[in-house]
Design a protein around this ligand. Structure first.
Ligand code: SAH
Ligand code: SF4
Length: 333
């Protein structure tokens, strides 16, 4: 599927046709054109010939069925991973990828280890959502949230990511509220500032993992080029302009960034920042590094909370299928 090409096919049709076609794809979630009964038979035949609606994927389900991972094959045979996380109260979050691999090579990250292959196109991002939207439809459920926390650094593929968000948000297309969409970034020069200028109500998450510039550079090599201080300046302007909350993600890695001193440093960083909060993430080991012990996480969290910092905690999802966000490497195991 290619949206520009689709528009071209419909060029000679009255303008409401495009609306009908978008509704069929993104809202009725048709899997083949014969289901698009609002369209004439000849148009359906024409579309069937030119635009495949097929999304080829291998599916892996965790034992508890709460996490489902899809490995989608792209036109050049590369594979992209996307994950559905099922929460209580019919909340269904899709963790989408923005790139195949990632050039930033964070030491804890499976995607970073595989290197960088290419950026995903807007529709390749959207297809990840469509795949699970179709899947959920069969159970009368819907995609309720989308997080850009799969493979890749969204701000290194800024234009395509934003284009995909516009389509996902568009009332005539997928029609998911901007407040239900989140982007996670490690901090790429200018990315956060550019996002602030979009005036979109999407959520921003920043992968912090350390409040100390030197340690952060060891964990996230990209920090050497663009320091924590510069990222925080961008965050501060973002908050000032958007009045929106920012989530700082903090991965707990044993004996690396989980000491009481690390927590105190984090308190100093957070104290002066309004509307910011910490999300503590349990580490899914993908190499030599180990997750922090539960008691350590608790003490770390206590230090933050006693200082009045808002802390949330993200538990592991789908570890038996390498399906946790940030654990994706585009290979079937
Ligand atoms: N490149 C972006 C978005 C993709 S990673 C970023 O780094 O923010 C999304 C989140 O998953 C990040 O917070 C990242 O630190 C986290 N993550 C990466 N590897 C992980 C792992 N093995 N276990 C748990 N979280 C991980
Ligand atoms: Fe890239 Fe994010 Fe993984 Fe770092 S954590 S290598 S930025 S995907």
């Amino acid at each position: 599927m290619n949206l520009d090409y689709l528009e071209k096919t419909l060029e000679k049709e009255p303008s409401f046709r495009l609306k009908q076609v978008k509704k069929a794809i993104f809202q009725d979630l048709i899997e083949n054109w014969s289901e698009a009964t609002t369209l004439s038979l000849s148009l359906r035949e024409n579309l069937k010939e030119k635009h495949s609606l097929n999304i080829q994927a291998e599916v892996f389900s965790s034992q508890d069925k709460e996490t489902i991972k899809a490995l989608i094959s792209l036109k050049d045979n590369l594979k992209v991973e996307t994950v559905l996380m099922r929460h209580k109260n019919n909340r269904n979050t899709i963790c989408v990828s923005s790139q195949i691999g990632c050039p930033l090579g964070c030491i804890f990250c499976a995607t970073g280890k595989m290197g960088f292959q290419r950026n995903l196109e807007p529709l390749e991002i959207i297809e990840q959502v469509l795949f699970f939207a179709r899947y959920l439809k069969k159970e009368n459920q819907k995609v309720t949230n989308i997080v850009f926390m799969g493979m890749g650094e969204p701000f290194l593929n800024y234009d395509n990511v934003l284009e995909s968000i516009r389509i996902l948000n568009d009332k005539e297309s997928f029609n998911l509220g901007a407040r239900r969409i989140s982007i996670s970034t490690v901090g790429v020069k200018g990315g956060i500032t550019k996002l602030a200028d979009e005036n979109l109500e999407i959520n921003l998450a920043v992968s912090l993992h350390s409040a100390d510039d030197e340690l952060r550079s060891r964990i996230i090599p990209a920090n050497k080029e663009y320091s924590l201080q510069k990222i925080l300046e961008e965050v501060d302007s973002y908050v000032k302009k958007s009045r929106r909350r920012v989530m700082f993600e903090y991965l707990m890695i044993r004996d690396l960034n989980d000491s009481n001193e690390c927590a105190e440093e984090l308190v100093r960083l957070m104290k002066k920042r309004k509307l910011c909060f910490i999300n503590i993430i349990s580490y899914n080991p993908t190499g030599d590094l180990k997750p922090s012990l539960g008691v350590r996480i608790k003490e770390f969290k206590d230090i933050l909370e006693k200082s009045g910092i808002t802390v949330t905690q993200r538990y592991r999802f789908g570890k038996d299928i390498q399906g946790a966000c940030g654990q994706l490497a585009g290979e079937s195991k």
